[in-house]
Design a protein. Sequence first.
Length: 237
Amino acid sequence: MASLVIFDFDGTLFDTHESISHSIKLTFDALSPTQTPSESEVQRYISSGTGLSDTFRALTASVGVPFDQETEARWTAKYREVYATDGQALIKPFPGAEALLRHLARREIPVAIVSNKGVAAVVTALERGGLADCVPRELIVGDSTPGATRKPDPSSYTAVLLPAVQARWYGGVPGGLDAGKVLEVGDTVADVQFARNIGAKSCWCRFGYGDAKACEELKPDYVVDSLEEVAAICDAL
């Protein structure tokens, strides 16, 4: 049985594609209405799982908009503003998400989320989807979490999540978690590489937004076409 299941958020637990795309469009409409990236360029960065700042740095560069530290703060703040007011309403859990999370809870398997998304947006989506009780708040790691880094860098696990899991489930005793039975579930190259970097098993969600060819080339340990298939993998580890 899995000792810990780490989920990605976008394209894995929740269908956020429309909300992200729409929020990026609204951000450009507000800050650069005459210089906007192509839809294909936006989709490319959504599928890569790139963090918010890096996404806007690339998208603004593609249309010749200067992007420095001050600009970054303004663009990311505007995106989060429109995501909260307009994007959240477009988010929905993927089929099988609730059943899977409830199954893991019954089996007393610790569940965490590590995302390149802001924690507040993840928490709000879980609340709106009726799943807030399925993932402990302290086990949700995002781009604003102190000490966290963007996947596939392992620091979000080694420096942030692992100590939190040990504190909640193992009385703070190092070594209580069976590292060989940690499962990372995600849909992009960053997720598969993250699993490899932390020594976890990787479960690639083929139904998500990631580049299929690139993910397949990384040879993930498991490949699923729906969240319904993940429960059996967790039980069998």
